[in-house]
Write a new protein. Structure first.
Lengths: 269, 286
């Protein structure tokens, strides 16, 4: 009796949650549907486009701005940035996990201290640093500020500490170098953590806006996709279906990465 | 052997520390120095300037507005994001098939970039073409009316924050030991009482963490204003970092940019400290 009552209340809760979830993702659904609409369809309140065969908005968006070039820029910057960040983190995490030295705690807190300073507050001085280094409008300039991630070092250190000390010690006795230990033992063992961290930081860099905006202000061909789509907006203000087609294009990689991340979280759970 | 170890430590730590100094510690020290200096349009310091950058910024008419808008945005954004995320997490706490779809959908906003979301919200809340006005049969001017513009920005920032907050709340709720909840049930705790007296105190550490991260994000919010409102209409959405971007970077006024950044940093720190002290007896550390 009580069991069946509990069940029906559970079902009501599940349905409520699902309805709320649909409202939460509504903006994304709206964006994708609108990208297939003609201008007159967009003016009508119907949610669904008449057909998903209308690709004119995508064609127009791609011809109005070099979105594919922007995607390539984003890809290069996100890939390089995430890779360098991960390499730096692995090296630092190895030292923090397996070495004891004087001032280790101070050094570790100095690294964690970078998390206390929100990047956006440092924007003006980082901008002048990058411009004095001659890196404005370059790929390096866009990703150079994101090489340090204290939280990544922290998580990798935790992961490395789960590797039995005896593996490391016996490898050392066999004459294995530190680089060898990292590449032959630690990286293979923590492969799934590394992939998760890489995907996460790729998505963050892919989605970043403010820094790429100011760094590429004078050379549009170095814009990233997230900066590029906002420029579709200023040209034709009322042509939202074109803007949303551009947004939909930019969302494809984000959504793919998100699904990968979601699955890896699920597995980790 | 010892020497080799020392070499490894230095070699492995050098890359991350060089960049941490170059792009975190140095720029932080530099905004403090810049705020007391004459800085030319290319970012070079040309002389000591005392407090004149500060007096200049504090006397500007848009500064007070930027402070109050930033605080208001934070004050609205943080609690609303957290209450919604917590509600969604409580509703999907129990695992089920439909629940796992809902879970996926609730976290999905995490994948969307601020600029993409800003463009979507701009079109949804467009007064003449947007779906919101059409569906509800109203003609509110949302982003274009100084009375509603900041609230509409909050809709956007709340939406952006929900996914991450939800995920953290969901995991911490599911990590509550089963026995604790069972024991409370046996003692007669049900429904809202169980949530408020048992579950929320048990995840208070996560709640504190999300308050702080949401606070920092809200205090440093600028992208929606750059993309949608340009700080308007009539400065109703000018926040501190938007001011730093438009009046500082936009006109190469590094002195102003430094002062505004410092004000934003100090306010954020101050709020963080206040929250830590106000909650130190209420947060339960497991």
């Amino acid at each position: 009796m009580i069991g069946s009552k509990r069940k029906s209340s559970d079902i009501i809760i599940e349905i409520c949650a699902f309805a709320l979830a649909v409202i939460v993702v509504f903006p994304v659904i709206y964006c994708i549907f609108a990208a297939f609409k003609t201008h007159s369809e967009f003016m009508s309140p119907a949610l669904l486009p008449e057909s998903f065969g209308n690709l004119n908005n995508f064609r127009n968006a791609l011809s109005q701005a070099p979105l594919m070039r922007y995607m390539l820029n984003s890809f290069i910057v996100s890939f390089a940035g995430s890779l360098v960040r991960l390499v730096f983190s692995v090296l630092a995490a190895y030292v923090f996990a397996y070495f004891d030295f004087r001032g280790k705690n101070v050094v570790f807190f100095l690294l964690l201290g970078t998390m206390m300073m929100p990047g956006d507050i440092l924007l003006s001085t980082n901008y002048s640093t990058v411009s004095h280094l001659g890196l404005l409008n370059t790929y390096t300039g866009i990703c150079i500020v994101s090489f340090v991630s204290a939280s990544q070092v922290f998580m990798l250190r935790q992961k490395f500490m789960t590797v039995p000390r005896s593996y490391i010690d016996s490898a050392k006795l066999d004459g294995c170098s530190d680089i060898g230990i990292v590449t032959k033992i630690l990286i293979p063992i923590s492969r799934s953590t590394l992939i998760t961290l890489f995907t996460q930081s790729f998505l963050t860099l892919w989605n970043s806006y403010l820094w790429p905006l100011i760094i590429t202000a004078s050379k549009p061909e170095y814009r990233t996709i997230m900066v590029g789509i906002t420029k579709l907006n200023s040209w034709e203000d009322s042509n939202y279906e074109l803007v949303l087609a551009g947004v939909t294009i930019s969302l494809i990689p984000s959504l793919i990465l998100f699904v990968i991340m979601h699955n890896s979280f699920k597995k980790a759970q | 052997m010892k020497k080799r170890q020392k070499k490894t430590i230095i070699l492995f730590l050098a890359p991350i520390f060089i960049f941490a100094v170059l792009f975190s510690y140095y720029p932080f020290a530099r905004i403090i120095i810049n705020s007391f200096s004459k800085v030319n349009a290319t970012g070079f310091i040309t002389g000591f300037d005392g407090l004149s950058n500060y007096t200049y910024v504090f006397s500007r008419s848009d500064f007070g507005r930027a402070v109050s808008n930033t605080l208001l945005l934070t004050l609205l954004n943080v609690p609303v994001t957290m209450i919604l995320a917590l509600l969604f997490a409580l509703l999907t706490e129990k695992k089920s098939t439909l629940g796992s779809i809902s879970e996926f959908l609730f976290t999905l906003p995490m994948a969307i970039s601020m600029s993409a979301a800003a463009l979507i919200f701009k079109s949804m809340f467009s007064p003449d073409l947007g779906i919101i006005n059409k569906v509800f049969g109203i003609n509110t001017r949302w982003f274009q009316d100084p009375k509603t513009s900041l609230i509409t920005v909050v809709f956007l920032t709340v939406w952006m924050g929900i996914g991450f907050n939800y995920l953290l709340f969901l995991y911490s709720l599911r990590n509550i030991p089963k026995g604790v909840v069972e024991a409370a049930r046996l003692d007669g705790s049900r429904g809202l009482g169980l949530i408020m007296k048992i579950k929320i105190p048990l995840i208070s550490q996560t709640i504190l963490y999300t308050v702080i991260t949401n606070l920092i994000l809200a205090m440093t919010c600028s992208a929606p204003m750059i993309i949608i409102t340009q700080g308007g209409p009539s400065r109703s959405t000018t926040t501190l970092l938007y001011m730093m971007y438009s009046s500082g970077l936009g006109s190469s006024d590094y002195g102003l940019a430094a002062v505004v950044s410092i004000v934003c940093f100090v306010l954020t720190m101050l709020l963080t400290v206040i929250i830590f002290f106000a909650t130190r007896k209420k947060v339960f550390y497991r």
